[in-house]
Ligand binder design. Structure first.
Ligand code: SF4
Length: 296
């Protein structure tokens, strides 16, 4: 296929196993891990875990990516839509609260096919960078119950510098607006687990509290009523270890400064304890087909 799925619109050739575009991936999903995950927000991980599928490759190239081993190297196992659907079934049988599809924008067509083969009777979560195209969101309309987009930047120069993502703010703003039109603000079951709706995530970067504060103000202005998950779990990974400002975790002062704005703006949402800033929150990836298909 000639691909124009994501906002980059590379018009690049993608075969099942190879891709010439920015994401570098073929059209068959490459998956790094299928397993219950306990590191998400309480309304997503609950007590039984979120049934998470981590896809490899990405349409962004964040210098600080916390999952850089899979997003930048494409490490993982290639699965057909049917094999992917089998993975959903195994997660459901393991008793997870939901199916959580992480960074799958560049595989959206195969994922849509996998859900037509088997759709678990669980909330389906689309967990993405926010750099999502209208075309992708049209394909997901009616398939996804919960959107979990990032809003990484309120500053396009910073988005270009750190993620090579031109036009990030306007693209993510339009995408989140479409997500809200599709599934609305969050609804929870009697146990407090999310069933439908949008939660916006923001990871605070060291030395970039001004960006984080601008992101929160943007959310207040455009998406009042949408909960925000404010994350402080940043750890330097990959190239960020050599970066002059991204080579450290957040200070308590930086975190408190941004958190205060969240409260001052009266935004609903979730915050983390600063002790979350450890590599323990980064899952272990697999290169074995048997492991990727397991729920362990
Ligand atoms: S999904 Fe990949 S190949 Fe397609 S437009 Fe986006 S970056 Fe380019």
């Amino acid at each position: 296929m000639i691909c124009d799925l994501c906002p980059r619109k590379c018009s690049a050739l993608r075969t099942e196993h190879e891709g010439q575009g920015f994401c570098g991936m073929g059209t068959l999903p490459v998956v790094a891990r299928i397993a219950p995950h306990y590191g998400e927000e309480p309304c997503i991980s609950g007590t039984r875990g979120s049934g998470t599928v981590f896809f490899s490759g990405c349409t962004m190239k964040c210098l600080f990516c916390q999952n850089h081993e899979i997003s930048l190297t494409g490490k993982g196992v290639t699965l057909t839509p049917r094999e992917l659907a089998d993975g959903y079934r195994r997660l459901e049988e393991a008793g997870v609260h939901n199916l959580n599809l992480v960074t799958a924008d560049h595989f959206v067509e195969a994922v849509a096919e996998s859900l037509s083969i088997y759709r678990p009777k669980l909330p389906i979560i689309w967990n993405c960078s926010g750099y999502t195209s209208p075309k992708t969101l049209r394909l997901l309309d009616g398939l996804v119950d919960v959107y979990l987009p990032d809003l990484k930047y309120a500053d396009d120069d910073l988005a270009r510098e750190l993620s090579r993502a031109p036009g990030y703010l306007s693209i993510a703003t339009e995408a989140i607006g479409t997500m809200l039109a599709q599934v609305g603000t969050p609804r929870f079951d009697g146990d407090g687990m999310i069933q439908r709706g949008v939660i916006i995530r923001h990871l605070i970067l060291p030395a970039h509290t001004r960006n984080s504060i601008a992101v929160l103000m943007h959310i207040k202005r455009h998406f009042e009523g949408v909960p925000v998950s404010l994350m402080c779990q940043y750890v330097p990974c990959g190239a960020a270890k050599q970066h002059p400002t991204l080579n450290r975790t957040l200070t308590r002062r930086e975190y408190e400064k941004v958190k205060r704005v969240l409260f001052d703006l009266d935004l609903d949402g979730y915050t983390q304890d600063l002790s979350a800033a450890t590599e323990a929150y980064i899952p272990t990836w697999t290169t074995e087909k048997t492991d990727a298909g397991s729920t362990g």
